[in-house]
Write a protein that binds this ligand. Sequence first.
Ligand SMILES: Cc1ncc(COP(=O)(O)O)c(C=O)c1O
Length: 394
Amino acid sequence: MGLGPEGVVDEIKLAGRMDELTSFIVMDVLERAQALEAQGHSVVHLEVGEPDFDPPPPVVEAMRRAVCNGKTHYTHSLGIWPLREAIARRYLERYGVEVSPERVCITTGTSAAFLLIFGALLETGEAVAMSDPGYPCYPNFVRFVGGRPRPVPIAEADGFQLVPERLEAEDLAGVRMFVVSSPANPTGTITGRPTYEWILEKGYRLVSDEIYHELVYTGEKEFSGLAVSDEAIVVDGFSKRWAMTGCRLGWMVVPAGLVRAVNRLSQNLYISPPTPSQWGGLAALEQGSSHVECMRQEYGLRNRLLVEGLRRVGFSVAFPPQGAFYVFADVSRFCSDSFQFCMEMLHQAHVAATPGIDFGRNETSRYVRFAYTSSQEMIREGLSRLEKWLATRL
Ligand SMILES: Cc1ncc(COP(=O)(O)O)c(C=O)c1O
């Protein structure tokens, strides 16, 4: 629908592919929460997966200098060379993996990286396997390029892991690729090495989303898909651990034979990633680690506070999340439809959280995702509102 010259609403015929694209429910929750705030209510935000921190000061300074010094023009479509080199060094230092900077492609957020990779590799009708529940944009990227998402159910009893024994039992006909996010959104689970090995041994292309790496609180060590195979495609970015969501900067490491295809696509789709952000990204890699560690420690405290608090008010959290900044809590003691539950929680308790159905169809109406991207004070306030509100429901 759109507004015509007289302000009359016109029907606009959308392309057929739009029928399959689902909306991002978390954004609907956020918009409703903002409407309540506009009416003067205070809302505790536990819905959006966006860090509440600002980027590290050296990043802000590097972007300021870039803008002041005329670094505001297009760059190479695969990004500035010093940033590609710095990312290659990170793989050696952090994961012990040697990667040529030629294979590092800078993108406008990891979102663009997924579009490029699925666009470059998927034939119409080919399937991409992914966990259900999982990050809701993956299936939409796949559909957008004519592919077919193949959700694979994961169970809380398995710690929300995509475990090889269960994968063996799935009919994966037509699947060409697997996308695995670890630590995962919405469960915070770290995927174990056997899963990656199973995917590669069976001959599937592995796309490893590592955007939540370093945001780990339980002592486990995440490892890179590249540590399992040089043929893995690794997607990562600056949004989460460096709190640079609005800078729209990500990267991927691809096999040498894919670089030119990614290059051709990025030239056409967006020409080059944002230039000042790329200089900020370089500063993040070179001077950002102590800032990342401070944020990680704070998220760790919030993780414990929220898990304990959610259990106290009566929700079930069988496995405390190991990483990212989400708790996927079972609320089925209180409702059978977590979408309805979240709407009531928002309107009656003024606490915003995301219903499980945003993340798939596998028992997701039992779950709600709480993001700990708000301060400890706000989390305490949210928990206290929930405790009072739930007491009235039982
Ligand atoms: C698992 C996962 N991958 C990718 C993204 C997208 O991040 P970006 O800001 O780099 O596009 C998100 C954002 O929430 C995410 O949760």
